[in-house]
Write a protein that binds this ligand. Structure first.
Ligand SMILES: Nc1ncnc2c1ncn2[C@@H]1O[C@H](COP(=O)(O)OP(=O)(O)OP(=O)(O)O)[C@@H](O)[C@H]1O
Ligand SMILES: [Mg+2]
Length: 369
């Protein structure tokens, strides 16, 4: 079983940067797992520590149930693709792919047989004798993947493998990667700082910040119910609307409206408590007429997204964004009302989602909370 179990993992670089801060994480066998977070949050450090290229300052890494924290990289059975691919410029494609087998001292004929198999799996036929400088970005990425694949690893660690590609190629490469992982069924940890990529590809996502996991869940859980304001503002191509409010008589007074306290938060907040209402632009319905419980404002900006529009309403000085379907024709200056869909409003207190304790899909630092 190619599981990954990480407990209390800490990495302090010489000079004192604490890149990982007591991090816990479990990746299941065969899972396509995304690590998502802003630049500098410790994603590369985590992958390199799992691969054995960095030594942990504290905590443990278990692969397939065995503690590998002190094992050298060559004995961990992981294939890694680096952020910059790290291909050898003077070697041919075939020799680059076969390189891990040279380290393992396999015969030349054997190395080339395995490398040709990987060439076939990644659709690189005809490019075997070229050098990396003579390839497109997408082809280089596939060479790096083939090199990770050739040693038959029990897991893949991919560090932003798509970041060097342009937008269209990136989309193609991402579908290709998803299909490859489904076909091979190899446990894969995939690093990205692109939240759309993580939502599209992953079985589960860990959102990281400052060396810790801030939320662990399926793409749907992380999108619909961010566990804290950090995740709420990080996830989503248009950020969640976050409106400060005060609890009053079973409602929340926020930006001139008084939506009811969400069911899950009922009994967990008291009158007079300051909270933040979170609602995604996708979960607000736009109305041209006044509606009970809606945020009332004035249209300030209309951005066309293709099939829909992103409308920014000025609500008592706060911008409230609403995704509106085709046919929207109100001009800036028009009055508009934004009504939260039932069950979609979230309540945050002290930066954390207000939710019953028995609700376990939300996991903090790898542990139910
Ligand atoms: N070799 C090193 N020596 C000292 N500090 C380092 C080293 N490598 C990384 N760091 C620091 O550790 C922190 C985490 O870095 P890391 O490369 O893991 O981030 P990341 O999440 O991969 O970021 P990015 O999205 O930019 O690739 C950063 O503050 C970084 O400056
Ligand atoms: Mg990185």
């Amino acid at each position: 079983m190619a599981t990954i179990t990480i407990r209390g993992l800490t990495k302090v670089y010489p000079g004192g940067v604490r890149a990982l801060d007591g991090l816990d994480l479990d990746v299941a066998d065969g899972e396509f797992f995304a690590l998502l977070g802003p630049s500098g949050c410790g994603k590369t450090t985590l992958l390199r520590t799992v691969a054995g290229l960095e030594t942990a300052s504290g905590g443990t890494v278990c692969l397939g149930g065995a503690d590998v924290t002190r094992l050298p990289p060559g004995r961990r059975g992981v294939g890694m693709v680096f952020q910059d691919y790290a291909l050898f410029p003077h070697m041919t494609v075939l020799d680059n792919i076969a390189y891990p087998l040279r380290i393992k001292k396999r015969s030349r004929a054997d190395r080339h047989r395995s490398a040709r198999e990987a060439v076939g799996q990644l659709g690189l036929e005809g490019l075997e004798e070229r050098r990396p400088g003579e390839l497109s970005g997408g082809q280089q990425q596939r060479v790096a993947l083939a090199r990770a694949l050739v040693a038959d690893p029990r897991m893949f660690l991919l560090d932003e493998p798509l970041s060097n590609l342009d937008a269209r190629l990136r989309l193609e490469a991402r579908t290709f990667l998803k299909r490859l992982q489904q076909r091979l069924g190899v446990t894969t940890v995939f690093v990205t700082h692109d939240q759309a990529e993580a939502l599209a590809l992953a079985d589960r996502i860990a959102v990281m910040d400052a060396g810790r996991v801030r939320q662990l869940g399926t793409p749907a859980e992380v999108f619909r119910r961010p566990a804290n304001l950090f995740v709420a503002s990080f996830i989503g191509s248009t950020p969640m609307n976050l409106l400060p409010g005060i609890v009053r008589d079973g409602s929340v007074a926020a930006a001139g409206a008084e939506p009811p306290v969400p069911d899950e938060a009922r009994g967990l907040v008291s009158d007079g408590e300051p909270v933040v209402c979170g609602i995604r632009p996708e979960y607000l319905d736009y109305n041209e007429e006044p509606v009970d419980g809606a945020f009332a404002g004035t249209v300030s900006v209309v951005e066309h997204l293709g099939g829909s529009s992103l409308v920014t309403l000025d609500v008592e000085g706060e911008p409230v964004r609403v995704v509106v379907g085709e046919g929207f024709d109100a001009a800036p200056g028009a009055a508009g009302w934004a009504l939260p869909r039932p069950g979609r409003l979230l309540l945050y207190r002290d930066g954390e989602l207000v939710t019953p304790a028995r609700d376990t899909p939300l996991i903090k630092n790898g542990r139910p909370h």
